[in-house]
Design a protein around this ligand. Structure first.
Ligand SMILES: [Zn+2]
Length: 302
């Protein structure tokens, strides 16, 4: 689960989606976006991110079944994820949880690319294909792609952080989400003060029909850089103009600490927090668009 900021502000009044200046794209717009990429000089869109590998890693995570924070399945998955990240290691999170952190060296402070790898403790049968597994797979495969790419001298250190305990623990009320949930990201920010120059969070990033307007609390300047990167790789149609509601998510502790941060999340995903959040609801093409965009952003951003 993630919680709408406005929902808390209004004391429980549910505002489903606050959208302004939102223009839905059709397939015609998509082909137009591809043409646009070609016209700025790229003979074809770059292919750095391996969406087949990423999609296989989504399926692999789902095969563990429900993976709530602290469960045996979650701990087994964490061991596997640690091996998949460059210089992968665990960092302790209070309550016996652990973040999985990888690093590519560079100038500090670092850019953090994050996702969470736990599933909903409060929804029986929740396997989180889009809510957790997709972002996790995209972080792992973006790290693999970036490891093989030359980056400019003086480029920032990159940290790949798979957060534990994003979801709220059993018995927590929605109004206490920020206090009770986001456990891994709060612990990371506390443990690494001043070490992060920017943060990019991947949450629901692989559903069919993916559209990622700016999440309401995401830093506008960083968001503009995400969209520019998307244009350069021919993925602009997945990042339409406009702003959706503000959401409490693992980027929130970074924002609170003054770090520019964006949350890539399609909050219109209808299977969120249900047992139907399974790989058949996902699109490798959508995942690839996000992966290519993130790799392009992290390859070039100073
Ligand atoms: Zn999530």
């Amino acid at each position: 689960m993630v919680v709408l900021v406005v929902q808390l502000a209004l004391g429980g009044v549910l505002v489903v989606l606050a959208v302004n200046d939102f223009a839905p794209f059709n397939d015609g717009d998509r082909s137009e976006a591809r043409t646009g990429a070609a016209s700025v000089g790229a003979a074809r869109a770059p292919d750095r991110f391996d969406s087949r590998r990423a999609f296989a890693l989504i399926r692999a995570q789902v095969r563990y079944g429900p993976r709530p924070a602290g469960s045996a399945a979650s701990r087994r998955l964490a061991v596997r994820l640690r091996r998949l990240l460059p210089r992968g290691r665990f960092e302790a999170v209070p309550g016996g949880l652990r973040n999985v952190v990888g690093t590519l060296p560079g100038r500090r402070p670092a850019i953090v690319l994050g996702a969470h790898y736990d599933t909903e403790a409060t929804v029986p049968g929740h396997v989180g294909a889009n809510d957790g597994a997709a972002g996790t797979a995209a972080v792992v495969e973006a790290a693999r792609a970036l490891r093989g790419l030359r980056r400019p001298r003086g480029a920032p250190e990159l940290r790949f952080v798979l957060f534990d305990g994003e979801e709220e623990p059993r018995g927590s009320r929605p109004e206490d989400f920020e206090r009770d949930a986001l456990r891994g990201s709060r612990a990371y920010v506390r443990a690494h003060p001043g070490q992060t120059r920017a943060m990019v969070l991947l949450d629901y990033v692989a559903n069919r029909g993916l559209r990622l307007p700016r999440e309401g609390t995401s830093t506008p300047e960083l968001w503009a850089q995400v969209r520019a990167a998307a244009r350069r790789v021919g993925a602009a149609s997945f990042f339409p103009r406009g702003t959706q509601a503000g959401i409490l998510d693992d980027h929130t502790p970074f924002l609170r600490a003054g770090v520019p941060a964006v949350d890539l999340i399609d909050f219109s995903y209808r299977y969120a927090d249900t047992p139907q959040d399974t790989p058949d609801k996902l699109s490798p093409r959508a995942l690839d668009a996000v992966g290519e965009t993130v790799v392009e952003l992290l390859r070039t951003r100073r």
